[in-house]
Design a protein around this ligand. Structure first.
Ligand code: NAG
Ligand code: NAG
Ligand code: NAG
Ligand code: NAG
Ligand code: NAG
Ligand code: NAG
Length: 412
């Protein structure tokens, strides 16, 4: 605990230098009220509410099938068969696009000229705007310095990399940079890779925004590595590197498996409905930070972030989540937390009324940061019954679209 204490104090001093007087490091984890207020303001100021951050409400959450017995992760994948007995409802008011037809086409991107293209953008340009079959873009190992936006009508794209850290896509825009029309990019358009289309898959790709870590108090320094706005996107064995706002889980149903996500503040954020399974969240904060900022803003939205069997570590004093929306939902289950988690755990984003409206919960988490007597009283410790919807791929209607379910995933 000694070294953790040292780290905390260092963090708080660095923060204190920014703003406040009279801070003492005697009793550790609690920042003074003044510091806290300044920090909250900083966090609010730096989380711009892009007008584009819209989301289509989803009619019905999928029925929960099966039970989670802990330990057996593969329960998550099992087809429990009881879904058929439930009445059918249209659960997909977003994403009515059918699954791809026919055989996937494949193109190869290789920097040595031995593929079909040398850049990812050239490969994407070769794909018609409206295609009904899947196109697998095999991106051979290499560092691709490209900014990529996949058009909202270019569906069924797969980025098949040669593995984490081998196939790397990198750029360095921040929210404060301008496009060639002199228009401010803002958070949304700072992304190295932005996915606006549906049915996207990535496997074995690293997404990076190399913009440097913003100093506390800096504004317009959000730098997104990946934005995913399209419905039904799945990521396997991918990694995401950034600091503030690394992964913009903007909207739609998304699945992340065995991924590595690095960031400092609100680094998984947006109004997606996403299941993060067996992912590693690595925090690189100097002072305070937050793992998530989920933005559900209406009770009828079935959005939220669910983390199952994840691992959280790194540096800083970190919230599990901040209530960016009036009805934010974030749940961690069977997840390890190192001692970087700030005792109170959750932030209402400076809006006390959200305390009673959000669903911020934990279930069977472990490690030194998993519990604290200082947890805010509105933090939920879910019952097995309550946590069920968050543990199944039903949370994202996965059986209707995840590659495992609609067909054996064929990545090569
Ligand atoms: C919630 O957010 C969506 C998307 O930004 C917006 O269209 C809707 O009006 C918001 N709802 C409320 C109650 O503000
Ligand atoms: C998608 O492509 C169409 C046709 O080229 C274009 O009009 C539209 O602006 C593109 N969308 C984005 C987000 O770039
Ligand atoms: C990727 O690189 C990072 C940073 O160097 C390292 O921590 C991580 O272990 C690497 N991951 C893999 C799968 O090689
Ligand atoms: C981004 O990269 C370009 C070219 O490498 C460099 O000139 C620029 O300073 C970088 N911007 C930031 C914010 O790091
Ligand atoms: C991801 O990597 C692991 C090894 O780290 C491997 O067992 C697994 O099959 C990979 N997943 C996919 C979808 O290729
Ligand atoms: C959030 O709730 C507050 C108070 O209930 C309300 O004034 C505000 O309009 C709500 N915001 C959204 C985006 O719905």
């Amino acid at each position: 605990m000694g070294s953790a204490l040292g780290m905390r104090c260092a963090g708080l001093f660095a923060f204190a230098a920014l703003a406040i007087v009279g801070f003492a490091c005697a009793d550790t984890s609690e920042p003074s009220q003044g510091e806290f207020t300044t920090w909250l303001k900083y966090m609010s100021d730096t989380s711009d509410n892009d007008a584009v951050d819209d989301v289509a409400p989803v009619a019905e959450a999928d029925t929960v099938t099966g039970t989670w017995t802990g330990g057996d992760l593969y329960n998550l994948d099992k087809d429990h068969g009881d879904e058929a007995k439930k009445p059918k409802v249209n659960r997909d008011s977003i994403g009515v696009l059918p699954k791809p037809t026919g055989k996937p086409k494949k193109v190869v991107v290789s920097q040595d000229g031995k593929g079909d293209f040398k850049t990812i953008n050239e490969a994407l340009d070769s794909i018609p705007l409206k295609s009904t079959h899947r196109t697998i873009i095999h991106i051979r190992a290499g560092v691709y310095k490209e900014k990529i936006v996949i058009n909202e009508t270019k569906h069924y794209i797969t980025f098949l990399g040669d593995g984490m850290n081998k196939t790397v896509i990198t750029w360095n825009d921040t929210a404060g940079d301008f496009d060639d029309q002199d228009v401010l990019l803002k958070t949304y358009r700072s992304a190295t890779v932005g996915i606006s289309s549906e049915w996207f898959i990535a496997k074995g790709v690293t997404f990076v925004n190399t913009a440097p870590s913003p100093p506390a108090g800096a504004i317009l320094r959000q730098a997104v590595a990946l934005r995913v706005t399209g419905d039904r996107a799945a990521f396997y064995n991918c990694s995401f590197y950034g600091y503030q706002d690394t992964l913009y889980d903007h909207r739609g149903r998304h699945y992340f498996e065995n991924c590595y996500i690095q960031g400092s503040i609100d680094f998984i954020f947006g109004n997606g409905r996403s299941l993060y399974r067996s992912c590693k969240l690595h925090v690189v904060a100097d002072t305070f930070g937050s793992l998530t900022a989920q933005k559900r803003n209406e009770t009828k939205m079935h959005t939220g972030f669910s983390f199952v069997d994840c691992h959280v570590d790194g540096t800083g004093i970190i919230y599990l989540g901040r209530a960016w929306g009036n009805f934010s939902r974030t749940v961690y289950s069977y997840t390890y937390f190192s001692d970087i988690i700030y005792g109170p755990g959750w932030s209402d984003f400076g809006f006390p009324q959200r305390q009673q409206q959000v669903l911020f919960g934990q279930y069977h988490c472990y490690g030194p940061g998993a519990s604290s007597p200082e947890r805010v009283p509105w933090a939920k410790y879910l019952s097995p019954e309550e946590v069920k919807p968050f543990l199944s791929v039903g949370f994202i209607n996965g059986k209707k679209w995840l590659p495992h379910y609609i067909k054996k995933p064929k990545f090569t």
